[in-house]
Design a protein around this ligand. Structure first.
Ligand code: CTP
Length: 400
């Protein structure tokens, strides 16, 4: 959820500023670009060098760079940010924010910004309880600034009570959940399969296919962006998921993929089988490398289990099951037969007769055929865009 987000992290003068170092680290690890703005007091609690090193960006405190006469443009910084997080937010800075004061760079950035602002207060028990503080917090909430509840516990003063800044991990979890909450697939568990399967012949050889996994990985990424909890079961593929929240399970053979799918299907709300699963596997796998002693060589194959059909037979009401069909002739007829035979909600048809569709390409041309018989033909587009069309159909059916 935080991936690729540009974040201004405001750090104020509180002992909790030591936690900002961990917060920067977690944000960077989550794929954010972080620019830290500190108040002058914050620099007494944590060195700008620490925050600059962790964020890989200079730490800004002053409006002006006195040596050069340049200024740190608070308007640009405010508009650059996708999110502002003020953690720790002291009573002083909260008071300034609530009343539109801007006597330092951080509060000027805050006033200039148009993006969501999260603030995680940190202060002593009695400062926290003071009516002035509580009114300022209520004021900030009324501006749609998002409040991150401080914890209860031992405070730097030795007092015990409310006022401890939320832990960095809690702040990350809170913001992630908040960003997700209005997304269409929040709380939906989605299982996606991708890539080929490899069926071993001997310790060095296998039967495989040309599937790259690109389509399935694109679906997993779009699903995650839409707020779903995604598990991706992938056959051998060099693809990488963009979203770090995706749980990836690597498998090799059709039998491995079946076992992983059976494990995760029960808990899934949606399952999209885009993997190119081998239909046949060798009856016997040689334990030693096979030598080229004969002029001809036969391998006896047996059918693999049809994973999608197996899942279709177990589908419970409310679960959505989607398959793919790669066809070369009588495309719609074959795809519709698979839709029915495997008990799917819809099937995504690719035809190898369409230029730019199918294996390895970065594009795809799909047709979605639903149980109702409704058919939607899409133009040739990138696999990401095709994945978005598939996910939109899932959302439409979930809502129906
Ligand atoms: N599939 C599966 N398990 C298999 C074979 C296929 O789950 N052992 C799934 C694929 O992931 C795809 C759908 O079934 O979502 C259709 O796959 P496809 O290869 O087009 O069709 P098959 O059912 O294998 O039939 P055929 O190869 O005869 O066209």
């Amino acid at each position: 959820m935080l991936e690729g987000k540009k974040i201004v992290l405001g750090v104020c003068g509180s002992i909790a500023a030591y936690k900002s170092a961990t917060l920067v680290r977690l944000l960077v690890k989550a794929g954010c670009e972080v620019k830290v703005v500190t108040t002058a007091d914050a620099n007494n609690f944590i060195t700008p060098l620490t925050l600059a090193t962790l964020s890989k960006n200079p730490v800004l405190t002053e409006y002006f760079k006195h040596e050069t006469g340049e200024w740190n443009n608070h308007v640009d910084l405010g508009l650059w940010a996708d999110l502002i997080i003020i953690a720790p937010a002291t009573a002083n800075t909260i008071g300034k924010m609530a009343n539109g004061l801007c006597d330092n760079l951080l509060t000027a950035v805050y006033l200039s910004a148009k993006c969501p602002v999260y603030f995680a207060p940190a202060m002593d028990l009695d400062m926290w309880k003071h009516e002035g503080t509580q009114q300022n917090i209520a004021q900030l909430k009324s501006y749609n600034n998002i409040f991150i509840q401080p914890g209860y516990g031992e405070l730097a003063s030795g007092l015990i009570g409310e006022g401890r800044m939320a832990e960095p991990e809690e702040i990350i979890d809170f913001i992630t959940a908040d960003l997700k909450k209005n997304l269409p697939l929040v709380n939906k568990k989605v299982l996606v399969t991708a890539g080929p399967t490899y069926e071993a012949i001997d310790p060095v050889r296998f039967l495989g296919n040309h599937s790259s996994g690109k389509m399935g990985f694109a679906i997993a990424d779009v699903m995650a962006k839409l707020g779903a909890d995604v598990t991706l079961i992938s056959g051998p593929s060099s693809q990488q998921t963009k979203s770090r929240s995706i749980k990836r399970i690597n498998v090799t053979s059709a039998a491995d993929m079946l076992a992983a799918c059976e494990q995760y299907f029960t808990g899934a709300d949606v399952c999209i089988m885009s993997a190119a699963v081998a239909d046949y596997t060798p009856v016997d796998v040689a334990t030693q490398k096979i030598k080229k002693n004969e002029d001809t060589f036969n391998i006896t194959l047996k059918k693999t289990t049809d994973i999608l059909k197996t899942l279709g037979s177990k589908k419970r009401p409310g679960q959505l099951l989607v398959g793919f069909a790669l066809e070369t002739n009588n495309e719609e007829k074959h795809a519709t037969e698979k839709l029915e035979k495997k008990n799917l909600d819809f099937i995504v048809l690719n035809s190898l007769n369409d230029a730019g569709a199918g294996f390895k390409t970065d594009t795809n041309k799909i047709t979605i055929i639903e149980r109702s018989g409704q058919k939607t033909v899409f133009q040739l587009k990138t696999k990401e865009a095709a994945a978005t069309d598939i996910c939109q159909k899932v959302i439409e059916l979930i809502k129906a």
